[in-house]
Design a protein around this ligand. Sequence first.
Ligand code: ACO
Length: 323
Amino acid sequence: MQPRAVVTGVGHFLPARVVPNSEFESTLETSDEWIRTRSGIERRHFAAEDETTSTMATAAARTAMDRAGCGPQDIDAIILATSTADYTFPSAATMVQSELGITQGFAFDVQAVCAGFVYALSNANALIVSGQARRVLVIGAETFSRIMDWTDRSTCVLFGDGAGALVLEAQDGTGTSDDRGILATDLHSDGRYRDLLYVDGGVSTRTTGYLRMQGNQVFRHAIEKLTATAETALEKAGLTSADVDWIVPHQANIRIIKGTAKKMGVGMDRVVVTVQDHGNTSAASIPLALSVGCERGQIKPGDLLVTEAIGGGLAWGSVILRW
Ligand code: ACO
């Protein structure tokens, strides 16, 4: 017997306001055609004034808990991946905890930018496998519209807001790759690349700041590092890319998604793609894609999934799970 962290519920939340590429044409030297062909993005959702990372996270978590058939008393821990928490402190995770009426256990945020959700999944898996928690709510939620420089066409057209959530539950497995749940994780970071993607402000520098990105430099690292981490994680699980039913990648750019799938030898008919509708929602993009992929009928129980992400830090990683 081996404990496994198995997904029992998934949900997401997207703000009502949908912004098509054409909306940027009146304020910036850009076009729908440029944004589509360079990134694959067609539209994104932006939060309303009264919507924050914790309100979106709470909504996504409620759906995931409903689908898992669990109530506030059943959750032992909450891990929320975000770089755009409501406040410097308390953590957005504790705000979600109180909104959901959860008074036991513990809650904390994980900050690994776009790789945040794979970092959060890996931490949740460690808590479950080590017996520290039985049921963990794992959330990715972002309000990147609040850190955009609206005069910088090279970044502000690429990002969006939203949230996705999973309930992970301890279940007994056999220790083979046929088990449901998380089968392997692989995480990396290399702070030498911090200047490629960062926010030029923060509390200890007494500034606010906007997202800055050398997009073409990040692009150069992305396909190689994502392929390597996904293949390493598959190897740790005793599997190969031939076993993969779905790649559920971080949704930053369709060219990165296609390039990585091609390098792994996986056809695009086995990749869940939502970037056209959501833009890059950073730590929220993978749980959003998991939730939408289930609603579309793509992801089914028993399917072998590879999630992979790279972002600011640079930080990157991959998680292999059987749905
Ligand atoms: N509209 C029109 N032209 C534009 C726009 C725009 N919105 N933005 C940039 N351009 C111009 C540039 O100024 C440049 O012009 P120049 O040649 O005259 O200098 C030209 O388009 C090409 O710019 P590049 O940056 O080289 O374009 P590229 O093909 O690399 O595409 C993009 C840019 C979409 C940003 C791509 O590099 C990318 O997706 N990079 C990776 C992003 C990513 O994965 N980030 C990681 C996750 S995010 C996170 O962690 C928070």
